[in-house]
Design a protein around this ligand. Structure first.
Ligand SMILES: *Cc1c(COP(=O)(O)O)cnc(C)c1O
Length: 458
């Protein structure tokens, strides 16, 4: 027996002839291991992970049907970048973003421009880069400084925007969330926007609460700023979740290319696009909004291939899965799937609201994601991190975390309802929440608080 963490203990668990008894963890082993043994070790080790279907922290798909799995198995060897070698996969990528451009009301979906990405993060980077480059070109042409670009957004943006600003030297101008303005809604925008503003980010489905930012009101505030100052500031809509919900569940909500100020929109196909990770999409309103000098043309794979991406090689299988779903579900199928998730979210948020110990922060009526906090004065013995721990012991992963500035003293807990969380499972979850809350309420003394780090999965 070795309890040395540097080594992996193999025998006597598998008792296969010729297998090593110890394998180093952090260096490459000297020799080979039987494939069955290697498989078994990893298969067993990941049992310590949470169960993905009960992971209500993640926005990312954890279920697809068997046909999708078959397609995935047939195509996981396809590199998306090999467009000359896999022209049909490349063509299918094109169909997909044209379908999405049409869903988002691009004025001319057939002639606009878009691409697949590894996820929303890369898609947002590309949207941000197009803003920065266009701003630089306009400033240079006018003989003005390009020293200090800034990007305006809510303090509740996803971390990818902090990365964008950090990696590409753009000042991040955060509009704080408050009780009066729980998201970016256009108020006081003039205090944040100036001649160095490359754009404004609007979020369709705020990560912390699931609510939509009113893109139309943000656009109206920017129209007003333009009338007064002449500054023409574009919007990128980070529709990581909402981009594949709003077209189906809130078709009359005007948030997309119906607003002229919206230059680009991104979404995560692996969230409510219903595809396994990792795939995202970004589409521009029209090709002129994407500076041509961000597009590379490479010839060394054969042909002349335009590429706009941060990555080079990337899995192509997810693109095929997206097209599978577009064919399989169509508009009505997507609407039904998303409606089912929303029904479950509304059922759960109603149960939480009626419980008594909690106050809803949102109810799941935008994207099927909602958050709550402890009701004022309910208890001084426990907090939502403790409830999260209790639920984890029963297999449910329901994260608690602090809100962003200016609400960072407020802890909330959130559920992301995805395809695959049935009403039946949801009712068991409500029971678990009730039982664990009752357990915590029965405690004589307070729970310890030192160990509780805010655990926050995007
Ligand atoms: C999830 C999310 C992202 C990042 O998306 P990935 O696909 O995980 O890279 C960006 N913005 C918002 C609003 C998100 O919810």
């Amino acid at each position: 027996m070795s309890t040395n963490p540097e080594f992996l203990e193999v025998n006597p668990l598998f008792a296969r002839p010729g297998e090593a008894t110890l394998a180093p963890r952090y260096t490459l082993g000297d020799t080979m291991m039987g494939p069955d043994t290697a498989f078994q070790i990893i298969h067993d080790e990941i049992k310590l992970d949470g169960i993905s279907r009960l992971n209500l922290a993640t926005f990312v798909s954890t279920w697809m049907d068997d046909q999708a799995r078959r397609l995935y198995t047939e195509s996981f060897d396809k590199n998306m970048i090999d467009k000359d070698e896999y022209p049909q996969t490349a063509a299918i990528e094109d169909y997909c973003w044209h379908i999405i451009a049409d869903l988002w009301h691009a004025p001319e979906p057939r002639t606009t421009i878009g691409t697949s990405t590894i996820g929303s993060s890369e898609a947002c980077m590309l949207g941000g880069l197009a803003f920065k480059r266009r701003w630089q070109q306009a400033r240079r042409a006018a003989g003005l400084s390009t020293e200090k670009p800034n990007l305006v957004m809510s303090s509740a943006v996803q971390v990818c925007w902090e990365k964008f600003c950090n990696y590409w030297d753009v000042e991040m101008r955060l509009v704080p969330v408050t009780d009066e303005h729980p998201c970016l809604d256009g108020h006081d925008l003039a205090d944040y926007v100036d001649e160095n503003t490359i754009g404004v980010v609007a979020i369709m489905g705020v990560t912390y609460t699931g609510i939509y930012e009113p893109v139309q009101e943000i656009a109206a505030a920017l129209d007003e700023i333009q009338t007064r100052t002449g500054l023409d500031v574009p919007i990128h809509v980070d529709a990581a979740s909402g981009g594949m919900i709003a077209p189906f569940l809130q078709p009359d909500l005007v948030w997309d290319f119906r607003l002229e100020r919206v230059h680009s929109i991104s979404t995560s196909a692996h969230k409510y696009g219903l595809v396994y990770p990792g795939l995202g999409w970004v589409v521009w309103r029209s090709p002129d909004l994407l500076p041509e000098d961000l597009i590379f043309r490479v010839s060394y794979l054969g042909g002349d291939m335009p590429t706009l991406a941060l990555n080079f090689s990337r899995p192509g299988a997810q693109v095929l899965l997206q097209y599978y779903l577009f064919l399989r579900l169509g508009f009505e199928g997507y609407r039904l799937v998303q409606q089912a998730s929303q029904d479950v979210a509304m059922y759960l948020s109603k149960g939480i609201a009626e419980h008594g110990a909690f106050t809803l922060v949102s109810d799941g009526s935008d994207i099927p994601v909602f958050a709550w906090r402890l009701a004022e004065g309910h208890t001084d013995k426990w907090n939502l991190f403790h409830l999260s721990d209790r639920l984890r012991a029963r297999g449910w992963l329901v994260p608690a975390y602090p809100m962003p500035d200016d609400l960072s003293d407020r802890i909330v807990q959130r559920i992301v309802v995805r395809n695959g969380l049935s009403l039946d499972l949801a009712s068991r979850l409500l029971t678990a929440i009730s039982e664990e809350t009752a357990y915590l309420d029965r405690l004589d003394g307070p729970m310890p608080v030192e160990e509780h780090q805010p655990g926050f999965t995007h």
